[in-house]
Design a protein. Structure first.
Length: 282
């Protein structure tokens, strides 16, 4: 698989309708918001979880596409397993850490992509991943709606004659969220993140919501992926200047968007500096 030679930056837009894209456990699982301006937030960790889930489901444990951070996984055991493998155990004491790092990157897609902190008792280390994501932020402020719900069944026989249990569910009527991403060619060389891995990332961003449906999340959909490819390893322009070329606006006569068709996404291609190519993946 070919190595990534040049830096890449990207803008990712997705939306939610009648759902909670990322609940905040410190606020009763209400949708996350910026308390100063009311814009909705989705954490980078939430998005990476969906990428991991898609890779796990689509590659079904194929060699090189394991997922290190999984529910109920014991990370110490996974690290020890790599250290006990022939390719690492046969190395000298001074070379074991480098060999284990290489083996972990080769085995686990999410370590190659996002990096990892190896925090076992005697095998401390950090792998810096080439893929970084920002929090996604809604283009317009969102309002969280709280809905009362009832539970028809009971858990215990003793509660059978009691009244129905009441609960609550919070949703965002509509929100278009924008996230910024970065791909470091320099760090990709260190973890072995390849062009094929990058294509899998694009595939995940396009399809991961269909693999992660839930009643609480409502309708979440990918809407736009704008990729800026540089012609050099360190890049040809600051990322913020490239991101400014992507502009999202409400259509004429729309005060409160309720669908993606209420908005327009434009790319100012004339403002792009020399050495940067823009690609609309979808």
């Amino acid at each position: 698989m070919a190595d990534i030679k040049n830096r890449v930056d990207f803008v990712y837009l997705f939306d939610v309708q009648d759902g909670n894209p990322n609940g905040d456990p410190d606020a009763g699982n209400l949708p996350r918001v910026d308390n100063e301006n009311g814009c909705g937030l989705v954490t980078d960790v939430c998005l990476k979880r969906k990428v991991r889930n898609y890779v796990d489901a689509s590659r079904n444990g194929a060699p090189g596409y394991g997922i290190f951070i999984q529910e109920a996984a014991v990370l110490d055991n996974r690290v020890e397993e790599v250290y006990a493998s022939d390719e690492v155990a046969s190395k000298s004491k001074d070379d074991k850490k480098a060999a284990a790092r290489k083996a972990l990157c080769e085995k686990y897609f999410d370590i190659r992509a996002f990096g990892a902190v190896i925090a076992t008792k005697d095998k401390q280390g950090q792998v810096r991943g080439p893929i970084q994501l920002t929090f996604a932020r809604s283009v317009d402020p969102v309002v969280s709606h709280s809905h009362s719900i009832t539970r028809m069944a009971v858990t215990k026989e003793a509660d059978k004659e009691k009244e129905k249990t009441m609960g609550r569910k919070s949703t965002v009527p509509y929100g278009l969220y924008l996230c910024h991403g970065f791909v470091s060619a320099n760090l990709a060389k260190q973890t072995g993140f390849s062009d094929a891995d990058l294509e899998l990332l694009w595939e995940a961003l396009e399809n991961m919501f269909d693999n992660d449906r839930s009643a609480s999340r409502g309708l979440m959909s990918p809407r736009k992926l704008v990729v800026f490819e540089h012609s050099s390893e360190l890049g040809n322009a600051p990322a913020n200047k490239l991101f400014d070329a992507v502009r999202v606006s409400k259509n004429s006569g729309v005060s409160v968007p309720r669908s993606f068709s209420d908005c327009t996404v434009e790319i100012d291609r004339d403002s792009l500096p020399q050495g940067v190519t823009v690609i609309e993946k979808f």
